[in-house]
Design a protein around this ligand. Structure first.
Ligand SMILES: [Zn+2]
Ligand SMILES: [Zn+2]
Length: 553
């Protein structure tokens, strides 16, 4: 018989921006909130995405009743296609969130086998062990939810990703009155978005971006305009479409996800396109620069995206040049600064004008700053608080904000991936840890673990040395002089001398080993490898990957 305690287990998103995932246990049953992915750092060679580790979740799969999605961003839904194959449970979310998730599941062939259950704003329904309320919040994707779970230990609120936008494009505000009413009832535990916890003040409303874009468009009546933004940011896209229509420009969408998401937004009524003239990419040839506006993907510098291809001159339909103005209506996600910078450089090389958030107000964040976080805490007045969704420093700042807003010291817990907490009659306590490492996915070969990644780092940073030699083991003789070749090294005179010296040392080491009675090639290969490693280390201070092929001839 399960006890009455509520447990929350954090599988991702606490200590990094990305791969958000946690599980709430009520009466022994589990509800999973979000299953996100994260994009790799530049030194994670060959890794396409990073997922939460699902070991614990799969070991408890019989107890999982459902997955609840707060909103449609990939750091909340992108891991679904990797989990649902092993964990068949219904997935709850807003129509738009489920639409975005379906696009990605389609790619994995999983959509048709998944039970999607659509929920409406402010709907309260029984899911598994408890009632769950879906509360509207504003964010940089429409139809985002905060969740309130009505458990035997009181109400647990998960903020989802949110900001307090008072003038959202669709008029759907964060439901402060419902959150305040929950606060009146008594919230036992709040989990809240920490992304902007270091930033003072309030995040600007999304509706400030439209006028900035319109002004930039009006100042450039004869130029071709290209706007890059997140394909899921339908409110941003809406404002771009409206500004284009005001100038009587025809809109061309570039990028697969842009086309798909705009179609989804139209179908669900999240985008209003009555006044917009659309044309496909083929029309770019005949439209004058002043007649067209391109909306494209690639605002994060993604290598295969429409914007990257435009920047590198790899887009058949559009040859970017001095008549063009490119607006990046976005801000690089941490880790993407380098790729975004490279795309901006390439755009400049083609002679285009480039505008971005560093010098124009063409982007606002989707996350609450300190002022909004305090308002949220003031309304909800939780007995206990855990900051979620952030790098470690964001979590620390958010915890400090919560204490200042009156959450008792012992009720504020700083947790990281793999931590769990227990909420019972006596309050909030730490629970056991669970495995929550990075789960790397290499698009070509499937999963990778830390070891091949280490090899790839060594190959990239230190190069590789290949040694081949032939022995006649029976007669204890070296019969093919060692050849030493390198990859990823400079190919100068110095290296040639190094290779020759290395070959001599390997020859000597092999002859000595053979003379001492060593016959098997495994042992001889180990001797060769040790000799090469020691020599290269001493003479170059490098630690390359060393591959030896000492064979018996
Ligand atoms: Zn988000
Ligand atoms: Zn997020």
């Amino acid at each position: 018989m399960p006890d009455a305690a509520v447990r929350v287990t954090f599988l991702g998103g606490l200590g990094e921006i990305g791969r958000n995932c946690c599980a709430v246990e009520v009466n022994g049953r589990l509800l999973v909130i979000d299953v996100g992915l994260m994009f790799p750092e530049p030194d994670m060679y060959g890794v396409d995405i990073i997922l939460p580790e699902f070991t614990w979740l799969l070991a408890n799969r019989d107890r999982v009743d459902a997955i609840l999605l707060t909103h449609g961003h990939e750091d909340h839904t992108g891991g679904l296609r990797y989990l649902l194959g092993d964990l068949r449970v219904p997935v709850y979310g807003s129509a738009l969130t489920l639409g975005f998730a379906t696009h990605r599941l389609d790619e994995g062939g999983l959509a048709k086998d998944t039970e999607f259950i659509e929920v409406a704003d402010n709907e309260r329904r029984r899911i598994g062990p408890c009632d769950v309320e879906f509360i509207p919040v504003t964010h940089s994707v429409p139809s985002a939810f905060a969740l309130a779970l009505h458990t035997p230990q009181g109400i647990v609120v998960h903020s989802g990703d949110f900001k307090l936008d008072q003038l959202p494009i669709d008029g759907r505000r964060t439901d402060l009155s419902r959150l305040a009413a929950l606060g009146d009832e008594g919230v036992a535990l709040l989990l809240s978005d920490s992304t902007n916890a270091e930033e003072p003040g309030f995040t600007d409303s999304e509706s400030t971006v439209g006028p900035a874009l319109r002004r930039l468009f009006l100042e450039r009546p004869t130029r071709r305009l290209i706007v890059a933004c997140f394909a899921s940011h339908l409110h941003r896209i809406q404002q771009v479409l409206d500004a284009a229509s005001a100038q009587d420009r025809t809109v061309v969408l570039l990028g697969r996800s842009m086309l798909k998401n705009v179609e989804l937004g139209r179908r669900l009524g999240a985008l209003r396109v009555e006044g917009t003239k659309f044309a496909d990419a083929a029309a770019l040839d005949r439209l004058k620069p002043s007649e067209v506006l391109v909306v494209c993907t690639g605002s994060q510098g993604e290598p295969l995206s429409a914007l990257s291809r435009l920047a590198s001159g790899d887009m058949r339909q559009l040859d970017l040049g001095p008549d063009d103005t490119v607006i990046l209506s976005s801000h690089p996600i941490p880790g993407n600064e380098f790729s975004v910078g490279r795309v901006i450089d390439d755009l400049h090389r083609r002679g285009a004008e480039v505008l971005h958030s560093a010098h124009e107000r063409v982007h606002v964040s989707g996350h609450a700053r300190q002022g909004e976080l305090r308002t949220f805490l003031q309304l909800i007045r939780p007995a206990a608080f855990i900051p979620v969704h952030g790098e470690y420093r964001h979590l620390v700042h958010h915890a400090a904000i919560a204490r200042r807003m009156g959450v008792p010291d012992e009720g504020v817990l700083l947790c990281e991936d793999g931590d769990s907490v227990v909420l019972d009659e006596t309050g909030l306590h730490r629970g056991p840890e669970v495995p929550a490492g990075f789960h790397y996915v290499d698009g070509h070969t499937g999963d990778v673990d830390e070891r091949p990644l280490e090899d790839r780092r060594m190959l990239a940073n230190e190069g590789v040395v290949l040694v081949a030699a032939g022995v006649d083991a029976e007669n204890a003789k070296l019969v093919a002089w060692p050849t030493v070749s390198t990859r990823g090294w400079f190919d100068g005179e110095q290296e040639a001398t190094l290779r020759a010296r290395c070959a001599e040392l390997v020859a000597k080491a092999l002859e000595d080993a053979l003379a001492s009675g060593m016959h098997d090639t495994d042992s001889l290969n180990r001797v060769a490898k040790r000799t090469v490693g020691r020599f290269i280390g001493q003479s170059t201070r490098r630690k390359p990957v060393i591959l030896c092929a000492v064979v018996s001839l």
